[in-house]
Write a protein that binds this ligand. Structure first.
Ligand code: GLY
Length: 568
């Protein structure tokens, strides 16, 4: 890529990155959720939730609905999604069997530890986030086929038919989507060297048809998973990337495999939490935080009170410090999971905490950081009429991933390589620090924060929950679970609550604006906590499903986005 073009892209990227997602006013007063008796799908788009429910009504189960919903999101929600990216699935079958599927992207064979450093060993800005070098080998198609092969009921062609029709006939652009297309338009053109499908003057209510994606999905429906990894689609993808400075080869694609993993499980009071293991940090961090929190009487402190915010922030700091040091791809590094999740270790970690003053982050570990981009991923939850449940979080990493759009195939490619630590001590776009455990190596999976989570109560399915939000994913899932189990909120109300976040570094509590009383913020500041209400107009877009005592299923969809719950 020409030097002048690169500088222009980086400048453009910083401008877009500095733009904030619009604040959305969230009504916190008893907004009802969506209730049903049989099944529920909650996803980032109404069309995807509808297709998911229709798949269940045809006799499909959660794994059939996974394929339908996820591919419908790839049509209607190009902002995130997995066809050019990857994701994680956590499941619980009606008989109580649990498991996790890792279809995270991985580094290409030609990747190396220093691939984003210049001759002076400094990180080259933008190289791991935009364009061909940012792209990890996509895992999305491998994941949905692996899940379907093991557990699915319906024929692939039947599942994908309505999705292909959706791509062919089109869907209506929402107000939020219109604003995002406008915001990223100049970057799309700059990165791709020409306007793309979403670059036109698209207004809210206009119909977008993605005929190339319909063709890609038709080939996949006919030829199966290998179409993406070894067939015509693979050839087009590799050809495209090689013309855009990429290093992914046909060998990389043909070697990709989704992997079944043992989920992280831990107790919190009389709940059993089941979440995603490494290469996600989500399950371990959530487990560490909740284990450190368990001795506190959070209900007594009061929801979003000073003491509540202190307890969560201090436990979060310690878990995120451990994350940066210990966690990475378990096929490459040894992770002391048992120790990190133990009560003894939790007690040791909190030994220096008092409510009298904040524990400064640099006394927990070292390092200073700054600089973020927006944090885009998407989560959907499904419970079927048979009692099976899934929580699935998928991602392209940044908004529209690398911003590279393959015209001929109709989808964006991820920029997941930025989730590696390009250089120890230098933060990635979420401000997260990494160490050796998350350094780049050929075929290694980059560390994630995605936290698709299921909760059992008294041995029965109780909740399915998850969210996008980069580094804030773990703490948004945490607060949503606590809102339900500590403060007895129904699903929708638990999701609607204002959220806050601490990730160790930077040493500040990030808060959604105007969600916390001035007196609370003043007291936190007096105790030595820095607060930041301007960084994130919204934190997370949580989607979740709760099983109520009488068996009714409540779907909660985050009004911070276009998310929609549909049940039957
Ligand atoms: N790309 C965001 C994550 O995996 O955490």
């Amino acid at each position: 890529m020409k030097k002048a073009l690169k500088i222009y892209l980086i400048l453009l990227l910083s401008i877009v990155s500095c733009k904030k997602e619009k604040a959305v006013s969230i009504e916190t007063v008893d907004k009802p959720g969506t209730f049903s008796k049989n099944a529920m799908v909650v996803s980032a788009r109404e069309e995807a939730s509808k297709i998911g429910i229709a798949t269940l009504k045809k006799g499909g189960n959660v794994f059939d609905a996974l394929m339908a919903t996820e591919m419908a999101l790839s049509v209607t929600y190009p902002f995130a999604g997995s066809i050019g990216g990857g994701g994680f699935l956590v499941y619980r079958l009606a008989d109580g069997e649990k498991g996790a599927l890792d279809y995270r992207e991985k580094a290409p064979l030609a990747a190396n530890k220093d691939m984003y450093l210049d001759e002076n060993g400094e990180v080259i800005k933008g190289k791991s986030t935009i364009g061909g070098m940012a792209v990890g080998v996509p895992g999305g198609i491998a994941g949905i086929f692996e899940a379907h092969q093991k557990f699915g009921n319906l024929e692939i062609e039947d599942i994908l038919k309505p999705v292909i029709e959706l791509a062919t006939n089109g869907y209506a652009v929402t107000q939020m989507q219109h604003e995002r297309f406008l915001e990223y338009d100049s970057l799309f053109v700059a990165v791709n060297g020409k306007p793309i499908l979403y670059s036109k003057q698209i207004k809210p209510g206009d119909t977008i048809r993605n005929l190339k994606l319909a063709e890609t999905l038709t080939r996949i429906a006919t030829n199966g998973r290998d179409e993406f990894y070894k067939g015509k689609t693979a050839e087009i993808l590799v050809d495209f990337l090689q013309n855009h400075d990429g290093i992914i080869t046909l060998d990389d694609l043909s070697r990709y495999q989704a992997k079944w993993r043992k989920p992280i499980e831990f107790r919190y009071d009389n709940y059993n939490v089941i979440s995603m293991p490494p290469p996600s940090s989500g399950g371990i961090c959530l487990g560490q935080i909740m284990t450190m929190l368990e001795p506190f009487d959070l209900k007594d402190f009061g929801h979003n009170s000073v003491k509540y915010i202190q307890a969560l922030s201090e436990t979060e700091k310690r878990a995120y410090a451990d994350r940066s040091y210990y966690l990475g791809d378990p096929d490459f590094v040894e992770i002391p999971t048992k120790m990190l999740l133990s009560h003894v270790y939790a007690q040791e970690r909190m030994a220096d905490f008092t409510f009298e003053a904040a524990t400064p982050s640099d006394s927990i570990s070292y390092g200073r950081i700054a600089g973020f981009e927006s944090d885009e991923t998407t989560h959907y939850s499904i419970v079927d009429q048979f009692g099976n449940a899934i929580a699935v979080t998928v991602t392209l990493n940044g908004a529209y991933g690398s911003k590279l759009f393959i015209d001929e195939l109709g989808f964006f490619l991820n920029n997941e390589m930025d989730d590696f630590s390009s250089k120890p001590g230098v933060p990635n776009m979420f401000g997260l620090l990494g160490a050796e455990a998350n350094s780049i190596a050929p075929e290694k999976r980059m560390l994630s924060s995605m936290t698709p989570t299921l909760v059992e109560k008294d041995g029965e399915l109780f909740m399915s929950v998850g969210t996008p939000g980069g580094s804030t994913i773990i703490t948004s899932v945490l607060q949503t679970i606590l809102n339900v189990v500590e403060f007895n909120m129904p699903m929708q109300k638990a999701i609607d609550q204002k959220r806050f976040h601490h990730q160790w570094l930077p040493d500040e509590i990030r808060m959604e604006p105007n969600g916390f009383p001035k007196t609370t913020i003043k007291t936190l500041n007096e105790l030595g906590y820095k607060t930041n209400e301007s960084r994130s107009p919204i934190i997370g877009k949580v989607n979740g499903i709760l099983i109520l005592d009488d068996g009714t299923i409540e779907g909660g969809a985050d009004k911070r986005g276009d998310d929609t719950a549909i049940g039957y």
